[in-house]
Write a protein that binds this ligand. Structure first.
Ligand code: URA
Length: 487
């Protein structure tokens, strides 16, 4: 940082760690003046490490002339929202990185779609860490009741995020806990809601927040009820609920006890482990042979001789989209058109999906699209091939392969389109209406959103009903978009 500062001609001071608007304004002006990234260093007002020299002021930004003001700044919506998310990361180099990418994007169209670009890899990594932090804060803030005033209950909570996300998560808590007064204190900022207005204040310390409460008892009962010992996966649990958060959770001291009780269900766990082993064996995939790329994964799957083939097309339809995509959409299985063209979601359901994606400003090219079942299952009627729904065994067969896709693409959010995808991703039959509209913890630790399949919308006979359901579908996709690029 220091070297960058000494070599740069312009020092930009932002008002705060989350002064995204300040960054955008300055970045635009710098860009319009043609100032290269290595001429700029970024800092935050008041940030001065102990012992740091008081460095001499840098050149002021040149006044813009009218030609510069009119100069367009090229940036896709996808890249802009990715930058907005990544700028909440705690690493000090994020502002330099984002300006460098913005500068380069002016002369390299589609830069953000290049999965091998080192800057983009870093930006994606930052955005992903921020999204994960947001997900944790949504899941692990626990309120403690401190009293009541004018008929409204009042709650406080202490949380320590890794990144600068406190303000970004505020709308989520306003929506979720509209009916109560609450204050969330973090080391960097606090946010408060009084049922009408949201306020942002300075950070605090854990000691500011009382430790005992009334709500804890409810959380503990709830947690003990939902805890399923047969499903215990300590590693997944630790990654989904990192131990760092355990100390703030009222239910955390129940965990050792519940784990111990889980021992009595060890038979179930062993048989689960045996099932997993069986699945791997079924696919002839020894641990040493875990695929390292998507191409390798699909090549391996194409060579499996035990895949269900009766009623299925021979053609395997591979997933498409960038590695590290923010969002992975998982459909049911390829349809007639997808089978003919070898691409997911290119038929009528795909066209409807495209329309909805466009409406929520999600760029299809930036998403990873795939299916729970990788081949088209059909019955022949004359010249036509009619879709047939895959059965549970067929869905289970492909599950391991979908899990490998998720591991390799590493999306920030997986969206299950329809019941088949939901079953594949949760391992059980799922009632969509019960789970849609909220971000759930996915099996492998990645956040999961469940919604309907677009072809369900195409099958609704009356126009009005179709419109209502389509609007709900768009709302779910909007949630996916907001989750992927908050703020
Ligand atoms: N339906 C799906 O589930 N996937 C496709 O790829 C096309 C239609």
């Amino acid at each position: 940082m220091m070297t960058a500062y000494l070599q740069s001609a312009y020092r930009i001071t932002l008002a705060s760690e989350v002064d995204l608007e300040g960054w955008r304004d300055h970045a635009r002006r710098l860009l319009q003046a043609g100032i290269a990234p290595d001429q700029v260093s970024w800092t935050i007002a008041g940030r001065c490490e102990a012992g740091e020299l008081d460095l001499s002021p840098k050149a002021a930004l040149p006044e813009q002339n009218s030609e510069q003001i009119a100069r367009p700044v090229r940036i896709s919506k996808t890249l802009l929202s990715l930058i907005n998310t990544a700028l909440l990361h705690s690493n000090e180099d994020r502002f330099d990185l984002a300006y460098r990418i913005l500068y380069r994007a002016q002369s390299v169209p589609g830069l953000h779609l290049n999965p091998a670009d080192a800057d983009m890899l870093k930006l994606n990594r930052y955005a992903k860490a921020v999204r994960r932090d947001i997900h944790k804060m949504h899941a692990f803030v626990r309120f403690r009741k401190i009293g009541e005033s004018e008929g409204r209950e009042q709650f406080v909570s202490w949380f320590e995020p890794d990144h600068h996300i406190t303000e970004a998560v505020a709308p989520f808590f306003c929506k979720r806990f509209t009916g109560m007064d609450w204050l969330i204190v973090t080391p960097e900022a606090s946010i408060a809601w009084d049922g009408d207005k949201l306020s942002v204040g300075p950070g605090g310390s854990k000691d500011d927040v009382p430790q005992d409460d009334v709500v804890e008892a409810e959380w503990r009962t709830y947690y003990a009820n939902i805890f399923n010992p047969a499903r215990v996966k300590i590693n997944a649990m630790k990654s989904e609920m990192p131990m760092k958060y355990w100390k703030n959770l009222p239910e955390s001291d129940l965990i050792p006890q519940l784990l111990e009780q889980a021992g009595t269900r060890v038979g179930a766990m062993v048989s689960q482990a045996q099932d997993d082993l069986l699945v791997n064996h079924q696919h002839g995939v020894a641990n040493a042979n875990i695929p390292e790329s998507l191409d390798q994964l699909y090549d391996m799957l194409e060579q499996q001789t035990d895949a269900p083939m009766e009623k299925f097309s021979d053609r395997l339809v591979r997933g498409t989209g960038p590695i590290n995509a923010d969002i992975m959409l998982v459909g049911e299985q390829p349809g007639d058109q997808e089978d003919l063209q070898g691409m997911p979601f290119v038929g009528p359901a795909g066209q409807l999906l495209d329309r909805a994606l466009e409406q929520v400003q999600l760029d299809r090219q930036a998403l990873f699209l795939t299916n729970a079942v990788k081949r088209f299952k059909f019955t022949r009627r004359g010249k036509r091939r009619l879709h047939e729904t895959p059965n549970v065994g067929e869905i289970n067969y492909y599950r391991w392969w979908v899990e490998q896709e998720i591991r390799l693409v590493n999306p920030g959010l997986v969206v299950a389109l329809g019941a088949t995808a939901a079953r594949c991703l949760t391992g059980k039959a799922v009632k969509i209406s019960r789970y849609r509209g909220e971000i759930l913890p996915g099996k492998a630790g990645q956040p999961l959103l469940i919604t309907v399949h677009p072809s369900y919308l195409l099958r609704i006979p009356d126009e009005q009903g179709r419109q209502v359901e389509y609007a709900k579908f768009v709302r779910d996709l909007q949630l996916a978009a907001d989750f992927s690029s908050p703020g």
